[in-house]
Structures are given as structure tokens and as C-alpha cells.
Design a binder for this molecule. Structure first.
Ligand code: BGC
Length: 362
């Protein structure tokens, strides 16, 4: 009986194929109203909520269903969420991995079912089963973060040094964390080598300065430890931080130790994501700068790519050489990050409609 049924099913499929045209056309037609699975790292950092919201709106406007999941920085949880998306029949996956190399097995299952995969913001490594990537130039993020410290310290304008700087990096599992750090060090290293910048803690190697899950609490605790251990009779002049939440933690740690008052000004600080507390802190003259990544634009790129994949056309990319994931070069659409400080936040964040004035009032 089962044999008869399955041969009937095959015959049915052949008939459908014959009636509708090529196999490609059939799969494209079956993608009308398909479900897109979106797997993001966490709800804790504001940007991922914004990315999720923008993608849901845009995919829905095109007639797709969306299955959005956040894994709260738990790698195994994210693997399970992606597996469930595949099992439930989602036709496209958009993934921002907590650990870029940890999804190889589950992505192979996606490939078997012809489910296409887009790496969102963070590269998926050690896999052949990723079709495209949509991201920002994250090396450039790091360069901009290093540059603001050098400029504000006045290292090149003859101000007296050496300047004392401490370094923080993001989560060791996030491929982007190393890109930010390498970009920043490209700027800072020559000054460290010439002695114009010193790092009193000696904690310089990437592995020594990473921060689990980009945690504000851990960043604050480390800042306080550094101050108590290495800054008893001297002042820290600048702190490299890869992400706004961490910068706020670092500033809290500094304030608890007497910075931001009297003859102890807060050091120059970097950040990323233009989160509301950080923009408010910039306006208040505390945090120095953040890096704005317009998540509306990134979502647009990913949705364009996803729709192209689901409708059988070719996604637009602008980089086919830079992103080697260890197995292949992943064709990418790269967007450019912008540095934001007290001089330009109005144009970039308010006039652009990213935030309204009320949101930025503290
Ligand atoms: C993203 C940053 C974000 C960080 C922490 C990185 O992968 O590119 O924009 O600040 O993760 O969530």
C-alpha cells in the first residue's frame, strides 16, 4: 500500500512539474507566503530588537510569514532554535550567530532541505551552507573607535604624553569582536610601540581583553579592578570599548572611583550601536563617541537578499572577495558605519528619523 501511495505521490509531483514548468519555478511558486526564520543573538542589546522589528515589518510587507527567535546569548539554545525552524519547514534562514562556527551541523540539515541561509551582521564560519552575508564593515568600526581616542587625546598634535589607555574587546565567540579589535589596534599599535600611548595594566592581547556576551556588568567589574590595581596615583586618559552597553558599564565603574568630578575628568571613550543611554551620555558630555550602524538599512539589504533567493533571482552584493569563512568566500553586501559624537548626532540620529527628540531626553 505504502509503495502504491508513494509512486502515486511521485507521479503527482511529476505531473505538477510538467504542468508548472521547471523545478526552479515550482520551488519559487511554493515560496509564495513562505515562512522566514530569523535567529538573533539576544534581546538584551537594543540593536537586535531593532534589527528584528525592521526585518519582520519588511518581510511581512512582501507577503512572507516570519518566525523570529532570540537565543539570549546561549549557543545551544540558538542551535535548537535554528533546528526547529528547519523542522517546521521555514524556507529561508537569516542568522546572526552567537558563535559563528557552532552551527555547521544544523546548517548542513538546512542545505539538505534546500533551505537557503543568509548570515546577518555576523559571518557564519566553517560551513559551505551559507549563501550570502549582509553586514557592516566591522574592521572600519574598530578603526573609527581607535581614531576617536587618538584624536581626542591629541597624540598627533604635540600634547604631552605618554597617555594611559585601557583596552576592552567584545565577546570571544563573536567573529566581529576580533574585527573591531584588529581595526582599533591598527590605529593604536604604532603609538603603543612608540611609547606615546601606554597600557598600564599590560592587558593588550585580544584573549586578555574580551568580555563575555559584551556584558556591561563584566566590563564595569574589569574597569574597577584595573583602576584599583593600576591607577592608585594616576589617571586613565582613554578607554577603548567596542559596544555602548559596555561603555556605560565602564563609565559607571569610573564614576564610582571618583572620575567625572573635580580634577578627575572622565577619560575619552568609544562605543557602538548608538543605543539611547549612550547617545544621552554623549549629549551630557560623558561618553565621547559611538558608531552608528543603521539597522533599518541592514534589514533592507537582508530582506532584498532573502526575497531574491525565494523568488529565484540573484541577490545584489558589493563584495565577493573579503569574507572567507574558512570553507568558502561568502558573497556579501557591505554597509558603512558612521562615527557619531556631540557635533553630528542631530543630523544622523534625529533628522534621519532613527530616534525622536523625546527618546533622547534623559
Ligand atoms: C555587532 C555589534 C554589536 C555587538 C554586540 C556585534 O556582532 O556587530 O553591532 O554591538 O555584536 O551585540
Amino acid at each position: 500500500m505504502r509503495k502504491i501511495l508513494s509512486s502515486l505521490a511521485v507521479a503527482g509531483l511529476v505531473l505538477t512539474l510538467a504542468a508548472c514548468g521547471s523545478e526552479e519555478e515550482v520551488s519559487v511558486k511554493s515560496n509564495v507566503g513562505a515562512t522566514v526564520g530569523i535567529a538573533l543573538p539576544t534581546t538584551k542589546n537594543a540593536r537586535w530588537n531593532a534589527d528584528g522589528k525592521a526585518m519582520v515589518e519588511q518581510f511581512q510587507a512582501m507577503g512572507y510569514n516570519v518566525n523570529l527567535k532570540f537565543a539570549e546569548n546561549d549557543t545551544e539554545n540558538q542551535r535548537k532554535q535554528v533546528k526547529a525552524m528547519i523542522d517546521e519547514g521555514d524556507k529561508l534562514l537569516v542568522i546572526s550567530a552567537i558563535d559563528g562556527g557552532s552551527l555547521t551541523g544544523v546548517l548542513a540539515e538546512a542545505a539538505k532541505k534546500n533551505v537557503k541561509v543568509i548570515a546577518y551582521d555576523r559571518l557564519l564560519t566553517n560551513t559551505n551552507d551559507v549563501s550570502y552575508q549582509a553586514t557592516f564593515d566591522n574592521h572600519q568600526v574598530g578603526v573609527l573607535q581607535g581614531k576617536v581616542l587618538v584624536e581626542r587625546l591629541g597624540v598627533d598634535t604635540g600634547k604631552d604624553g605618554p597617555f594611559r589607555v585601557e583596552l576592552f574587546a567584545g565577546s570571544a565567540t563573536d567573529v566581529n569582536a576580533k574585527s573591531f579589535y584588529d581595526g582599533s589596534m591598527e590605529v593604536l599599535k604604532p603609538y603603543i610601540e612608540s611609547g606615546q600611548i601606554v597600557v598600564p595594566s599590560g592587558e593588550i592581547a585580544f584573549k586578555k581583553v574580551t568580555t563575555k556576551d559584551y556584558s556591561d556588568v563584566l566590563a564595569q567589574a574589569r574597569m574597577e579592578r584595573l583602576l584599583k590595581t593600576y591607577y592608585k596615583n594616576r589617571r586613565v586618559n582613554a578607554v577603548l570599548s567596542p559596544y555602548d552597553g559596555m561603555t556605560i558599564g565602564i563609565i559607571n565603574g569610573l564614576k564610582k572611583n571618583g572620575y567625572g568630578q573635580g580634577n578627575r575628568p572622565l577619560p575619552w571613550t568609544s562605543g557602538q550601536d548608538a543605543e539611547i543611554p549612550s547617545v544621552q551620555s554623549i549629549i551630557a558630555g560623558e561618553q565621547t563617541e559611538t558608531i552608528f550602524k543603521d539597522t533599518r538599512e541592514l534589514a533592507k539589504v537582508a530582506v532584498q537578499m532573502g526575497n531574491a533567493l525565494l523568488t529565484g533571482s540573484k541577490p545584489i552584493v558589493n563584495d565577493t572577495v573579503s569574507f572567507d569563512n574558512g570553507v568558502k568566500i561568502v558573497p556579501t553586501y557591505l554597509l558603512y558605519p558612521v562615527a557619531v559624537d556631540e557635533t553630528n548626532y542631530e543630523g544622523l540620529l534625529l533628522k534621519s528619523g532613527f530616534y525622536n527628540e523625546k527618546q533622547l531626553k534623559s
